[in-house]
Design a protein around this ligand. Structure first.
Ligand code: GRF
Length: 212
């Protein structure tokens, strides 16, 4: 399976997936890294690893759709089978999402369906939640609303702040995202009529719950 990664920043999730590919844990190849931010650290990672990388500035395009057509073109050129969103801070339009329905994953730093969108950790702390986490989900047109595949939970501690909590959640992200991408590459997960399946069995609403 030929993968593309869409990133906007540090790209630590992408990096752990690349490591898993290099170690032979995921039957896939990384064939493209695309960023909408010129200074994204993940672009340097891609260059160092010899993966084709593209900086494509959304500000050069009049509409979301016009930008997404260009992204779709790059994906086609590199014969990409699946797209891994890893900290890509752009909402994608149906132009792209429909073409990769069931072949596009995202990781979101909350226990979806709780807290779609931004500032998830702050919102969990403000609400006095006792747990937080991360969810890998299929991407659909509605933001952070696609069927969940895999979810990991962490306890919120009394003295937690956003920095401490996001660090603990990120550690879980780095475990569950490579696993979900592995399932995708192995053909074990599917998206059908808005629901996610693992080995042909319906995945519950919150995703498969990851336990250490
Ligand atoms: C992660 O917290 C991820 O859940 C969110 O954006 C962040 C990306 O971090 N979608 P990185 O760029 O993978 O380090």
């Amino acid at each position: 399976m030929r993968l593309a990664f869409f990133i906007s920043g540090r790209g630590s999730n992408m990096e752990v997936i690349l490591d898993a590919i290099d170690h032979g844990h995921i039957p896939a190849t990384a064939n493209l890294v695309l960023s909408n931010k010129a200074g994204a650290l993940g672009l340097t990672t891609a260059r160092e690893r010899g993966i084709p990388s593209i900086f494509c500035d959304h500000r050069d395009y009049d509409s979301r759709e016009a930008y997404d057509y260009v992204l779709a073109h790059h994906l086609q050129e590199h014969k990409i089978d699946a797209v891994i969103l890893a900290g890509f801070m752009r909402i994608l339009s149906p132009v792209l999402i429909r073409e990769f329905q069931g072949k596009m994953l995202n990781i979101h730093p909350s226990l979806l369906p709780k807290y779609p969108g931004l500032h998830t950790h702050q919102r969990a702390l403000n609400a006095g939640d006792t747990e937080a986490g991360a969810t890998v989900h299929f991407v659909i047109e509605e933001l952070d609303a696609g069927a969940a595949v895999l979810q990991a939970r962490v306890q919120i501690k009394e003295n937690d702040d956003v920095a401490k909590l996001s660090e603990r959640v990120l550690q879980m992200e780095h475990i569950i995202y490579p696993l979900a991408v592995k399932w995708l590459a192995e053909g074990r997960i599917h998206w059908r009529d808005g629901a996610a399946y693992l080995d042909q069995e319906l995945i519950p609403e919150h995703g498969v719950q990851f336990t250490m």
